[in-house]
Ligand binder design. Structure first.
Ligand code: A2P
Length: 277
């Protein structure tokens, strides 16, 4: 059984470098998926209030029999829970649905800058962390400008920024910014997302032939080699195993250069000044 290596966070905790993304699996499907994922060696599960599947994730964790301490669980609070103390209530609801007494990582799902509530929300996150209801705190979909403001006005540097990232959406400036601050970059939609066509790129197929791997494994290896944490989603146990089986080969610099032709440039991907929930 493969276990993903651990990446150290800026608060002393560690995160398994590869986890299971769970959107858009519903409660029933995600519960079965979590059981199969744990069997396959996954120890990191990513959910969010907005996915509407925290109860199923919790049921799956319980049914898997894995020790709580061996598992890394992330959830995210969306706009409904931003502003002053609302995050405290939000986290209580998540913990109840998950059947847990802490989560390993709590994220602000979107910055929603027009609402201007992420600073007070973050201060609540800092208190929730001090109270032990969450080990690590972080953000998602934050741009460097949002992070700059957060750092200027609050005390705790986010452990993680989870952003849309793949060989097509490389976010290199954002990643450099995170590295300078000690923030781990976590890639969501690492395979190009549900309904995406990234995996049909011929170069991924060609590199897969070279290493006897699939296009998805080549893409995940690309994330891993760059020190990114990544959360490919699959409800299919065969693909889950495939996606975790990326720690026994290495892409060489020429391969990485070839994959770089898939980069759609700095403007690619979602714009969190204009979108979010
Ligand atoms: P499925 O859940 O049916 O396996 P992302 O992680 O970038 O959001 O991508 C998720 C999409 O990629 C889902 O449609 C998922 O489908 C599909 N997917 C996940 N793993 C693989 C794989 N190993 N090969 C092909 N497609 C995959």
């Amino acid at each position: 059984m493969t276990l993903a290596p651990l990446i150290k966070l800026n608060d002393g905790y560690s995160i398994p470098q590869l986890g299971l993304g769970t959107w858009p699996l519903d409660d029933e499907k995600v519960s079965a998926a979590v059981v199969r994922a744990v069997e396959a060696g996954y120890r990191h599960i990513d959910t969010a209030v907005k996915y509407g599947n925290e109860k199923g994730v919790g049921d799956g964790i319980k049914a898997s029999g894995v020790d709580r301490e061996d598992l890394f669980v992330t959830t995210k609070l969306d706009g409904e829970f931003q502003g002053n103390d609302r995050a405290a209530e939000g986290l209580d609801g998540s913990l109840q649905r998950l059947g847990l007494d802490y989560v390993d990582l709590l994220l602000i799902h979107w910055p929603l800058p027009a609402r201007d509530e992420f600073i007070s929300t973050w201060k609540t996150f800092e208190r929730l962390q001090a109270a032990g209801k969450v080990r690590s705190i972080g953000v998602s979909n934050f741009k460097p400008a949002h992070l700059e403001r957060l750092l200027a006005e609050t005390d705790v540097v986010p452990a993680v920024n989870q952003i849309q990232l793949s060989p097509a959406i490389t976010r290199t400036a954002e990643r450099d910014f995170h590295s300078r601050l000690g923030i781990v970059t976590e890639s969501y939609s690492p395979l190009g997302g549900s309904g995406g066509d990234l995996l049909s790129a011929p170069i991924l197929y060609q590199l897969g032939e070279k290493y006897e791997k699939t296009p998805a494994q080549v893409v995940l290896r690309w994330h891993i080699q760059q020190g990114l944490v990544t959360i490919p989603k699959s409800g299919n146990p065969e693909r889950m195993r495939e996606n975790l089986d990326v720690f026994d080969f290495a892409l060489d610099p020429l391969d990485l250069a070839e994959i770089a032709i898939l980069d759609e440039g700095p403007g690619a991907g979602n714009d969190s000044d204009a979108t979010g929930h």
